[in-house]
Design a protein around this ligand. Structure first.
Ligand code: FAD
Length: 386
């Protein structure tokens, strides 16, 4: 086997990195995951994720975790309501008969990010994840690598996989190609104990999702299993807005003033959200890979997930990361390849082609979701999906 007697280091314990660790361990490989979070209890931010047949669910199945997934996912959480800025419901998936059918290709079960991470962590051998290990740099020694972490420790590996997300440190060792700014900033917040803190939004959510559109921007709200809700406010901004906006997003008065101006004329229900959010709000400028990105495969280092192909959210990111993990594992365990370089080359070619297609679609999606008639486009899209 190509990985016999080799030490594999996965940088990043997100869904992509942990899925790969699990799959490689099932094949008997020596794997460590270096994760910057301080420990397993660190709170995972972000709304729920829907896993898709042919990608995320396929990886879960291959990882032998389908029963654990079925015990953890959030039935009904995929149902959404589309609202206009006045909080009128213009489309309601709750009135559509549910299809909780894992055999149906169109079923996209939702899972919270934290429980997904826990499910994957629980499947790994003890001590696989080395917490509090934020990678600072890597350097080649012989045929392998030495890694230096922020906590002052060092480690070595024969093969490194960069699964360290949007701001990957590993990426620059694989390719000098940098993602470009897509023109969109997402501002992310979370409201704890939403039933009490934001009763109107909580009622509208019905334990699912809300998609609110108007004035070339949108607000997505998502209920989570811990009783909190996550929301994303997305709008078009110049890249330098992050430096020039002059708003202190840790300060409730400034955040409320900013929202009042930015969402002037929107219904009171949206203001309930912002008045009760935890602070600071997180500013996430959205970057995208160039659609023609390519590079020469190396024998001992590669990328997966957002590190390889960041793009504006289109509902596919986690699915792409988990499918990358599955296919990389398959290539590294395929006896047709006589060395790791050809295995990595084969994996990367297919991974890049898939990501390019998805990135193109995600850029188109970012366009229409911030267009004047986004509300109608969204409803049309949902109607076509039925
Ligand atoms: C606002 C928003 C909404 C989204 N909504 C969806 C959605 O609905 N559906 C969907 O499929 N996708 C969505 N995505 C995209 C999705 O979150 C990502 O595509 C997915 O998480 C990628 O997984 P990953 O494992 O590659 O990276 P990540 O999930 O980013 O994981 C990377 C891991 O690496 C760690 N790390 C980072 N740097 C270092 C370092 N230097 N050293 C060590 N560890 C490090 C991080 O702590 C993290 O644990 C959304 C993204 C955003 C920004």
């Amino acid at each position: 086997m190509l990985l016999d007697n080799k030490q594999v280091a996965i940088i990043g314990g997100g869904p992509g990195g942990l899925t790969l660790a699990r799959l490689l361990q099932l094949k008997g490989a020596n794997v460590k995951v270096y994760e910057r979070d301080i420990n397993a209890a660190a709170r995972v931010q972000g709304a729920t994720l829907d896993l898709h047949h042919g990608s995320g669910l396929k990886a879960v199945e291959a990882a032998g975790l389908m029963d654990a997934f079925k015990a953890t996912y959030r039935p009904g959480n995929e149902k959404g309501r589309v609202l206009d800025k006045y909080a009128n419901i213009v489309y309601d998936e709750h009135s559509i008969v549910p299809s909780e059918d894992f055999n149906s290709y169109s079923f996209r079960p939702e899972i919270d990010r934290g429980p997904l991470r826990d499910m994957l962590l629980n499947s790994l051998h003890a001590e696989t994840v080395v917490w509090d290990s934020q990678l600072l740099w890597i350097s080649q020694i012989g045929d392998g690598w030495i890694m230096r972490f922020k906590n002052g420790t060092e480690a070595t590996a024969d093969l490194i996989i960069g699964a360290d997300g949007a701001n990957s440190k590993v990426r620059s060792v694989v390719t000098p190609i940098k993602p470009f700014y897509s023109g969109v900033v997402i501002i992310q917040g979370n409201v704890e104990n939403a039933e009490v803190a934001t009763p109107s939004i909580h009622k509208l959510l019905k334990d699912g999702k809300i998609y609110g559109y108007g004035d070339e921007k949108f607000i997505h709200v998502s209920s989570k299993g811990d009783g909190s809700i996550d929301f994303y406010i997305s709008s078009k901004k110049d890249e330098n807005w992050l430096q020039t906006n002059d708003i202190d997003f840790t300060d409730p008065i400034q955040v409320n003033d900013w929202f009042k101006e930015e969402f002037s004329g929107w219904d009171e229900v949206w203001f309930e959200l912002i008045r009760n959010t935890g602070l600071p709000l997180l500013l996430r400028p959205q970057y995208c890979i160039p659609l023609d990105q390519t590079w020469e495969a190396q024998p001992n280092i590669t990328l997966l997930g957002d590190a390889a192909h960041i793009m504006p959210p289109s509902g596919e990111g986690v699915n792409l990361a988990m499918l990358d993990a599955l296919e990389l594992c398959e290539c590294l365990n395929n006896e047709e390849f006589n060395n790791t370089q050809s295995a990595i080359a084969s994996y990367e070619e297919i991974m890049r082609a898939r990501a390019t297609k998805e990135a193109e679609e995600s850029l188109e999606m970012a366009q229409w979701m911030h267009a004047v008639d986004a509300l109608n486009s969204m409803v049309q899209m949902l109607n076509q999906g039925q």
